[in-house]
Design a protein around this ligand. Structure first.
Ligand SMILES: Nc1ncnc2c1ncn2[C@@H]1O[C@H](COP(=O)(O)OP(=O)(O)O)[C@@H](O)[C@H]1O
Ligand SMILES: N[C@@H](CCC(=O)OP(=O)(O)O)C(=O)O
Length: 367
């Protein structure tokens, strides 16, 4: 059997892993593990991002009355993660493989140093033929420092470990052109990174245990595809879904986000997912927006900056907005914001953000 990729990240949603009563669907976990083990034995490196801790914990106990919503999630995640990972560990062991748990928070991606540290951890596990199983560390992550959901986390991981593809397994065949409850809704089988229409069909509704819903899957999938990584959204409740999806001889119905032909560099990938950590903010004029989004590789010159909203130091990440307040991109500042005015007057202006350290929402795919 020949598979489409040699290195993939697979994200499994809570609704794939939990039954309708919230208890873990053990036979489904076993079946997914068997498929991953088969892929692994046939030379495909796999990083698994698995939700399901909160859903698993919910089935263990109901908290006492005075427990608030955040504490409740912490309790369930703490209880459920143990159950979840021990199931995975047992099933991988039966298949002769070793898995490892990696719990992370958004803060672990906040600086390039932290990011490279995480990257090194994954390289070590993969070199040792271990299957990393990643989840957000829900027990300690608080609201403002949380990932939107594990779809966002899986995008980051896929990009960080240089996966060729990200497979998002949910409880539905893919992205539909209307709410799937609608009888006329049709599966969209291919989405280009320039396609902004499909998003309008997606409602923000989530299924029973999901956190972000299809809308975040769509946004993240486009961003990841913009980095040059193909994204497949498929139904994890189907038997043999991973093998049927990845076997070159098969054509399973699902949604494929076509990757950008030009993959982003490592540092641009990190910047792409770091918008929560921007320290400065500037506003640029329409001319600068057009130049940056043109076919050419253009750095941001001080002449295009109309306003500094939040000051920044050399090396800080800065958010770049247009004059309507829409995000244009994110970049690493080449110098302190107090030098901008002087640079504007200079005959040979130095870029405030060099192209190599610039992530552009439209050009790199997300919108
Ligand atoms: N246009 C759409 N296409 C597909 N699914 C959609 C659409 N609009 C809303 N959804 C909902 O998104 C759900 C999947 O997202 P989510 O609940 O977060 O699952 P997961 O637990 O797999 O992350 C589907 O079950 C479906 O009800
Ligand atoms: N970290 C949480 C998962 C939250 C989440 O993003 O869920 P989902 O939308 O089902 O992927 C857990 O393990 O329960």
């Amino acid at each position: 059997m020949q598979f489409r990729y040699k290195k993939i990240t697979i994200k499994v949603g809570s609704n794939v892993l939990a039954k309708s009563d919230g208890t873990l669907n053990v036979s489904r976990i076993a079946h997914l593990v068997d498929q991953i083990a088969f892929l692994h034995k046939n030379g495909v490196e796999v990083v698994l991002v698995s939700s399901g801790a909160v859903a698993a914990g919910r089935a263990v106990m109901q908290p006492c009355k005075k427990t608030d919503a955040v504490s409740q999630r912490q309790l369930w995640a703490a209880l459920g993660q143990v159950k979840l990972i021990s199931r995975y560990s047992d099933f991988f062991q039966e298949d002769g493989l070793v898995c490892a748990q990696v719990l992370t928070t958004k803060e672990n991606f906040s600086s390039r140093g932290h990011y490279l540290n995480m990257k090194n951890c994954f390289s070590t596990l993969l070199e040792n033929k271990v299957i990393p199983i990643v989840n957000e560390n829900d027990t300690i992550s608080v609201t403002e420092l949380m990932f939107t959901d594990n779809d966002e986390l899986s995008g980051l991981i896929a990009s960080m470990v240089d996966s060729e593809a990200l497979i998002i397994l949910s409880n539905i065949d893919g992205v539909y052109n209307a709410h799937p409850k609608n009888e006329d809704a049709k599966l969209i089988e291919r989405i280009e990174i320039t396609d902004n229409e499909a998003q309008n069909a997606i409602s923000s509704e989530r299924s029973n245990f999901g956190r972000g819903g299809m809308l975040t899957k769509f946004r993240i999938a486009k961003k990841v595809a913009g980095d040059g990584i193909g994204v497949h959204v498929a139904n994890g409740t189907r038997d043999n879904v991973l093998i049927d999806l990845l076997d070159v001889q098969q054509s399973l119905k699902h949604t494929f986000f076509v990757p950008n032909e030009k993959p982003s560099s490592g540092v641009k990938k990190w910047i792409a997912y770091s918008d929560g950590f921007a320290k400065g903010q500037i506003v640029v004029n329409a001319g600068a927006v057009n130049a940056l989004n043109s076919e050419k590789a253009v750095s941001l010159l001080p002449v295009g900056v109309v306003r500094i909203d939040t000051e920044f130091k050399k090396g800080d990440l800065i958010k770049i907005l247009d004059e309507k307040g829409e995000t244009v991109g994110l970049g690493k500042a080449a110098y302190h914001s107090d030098k901008l005015d002087k640079e504007k007057l200079s005959e040979k202006q130095r870029p405030v953000v060099h192209y190599d350290y610039l992530y552009l929402e439209n050009k790199n795919g997300a919108s």
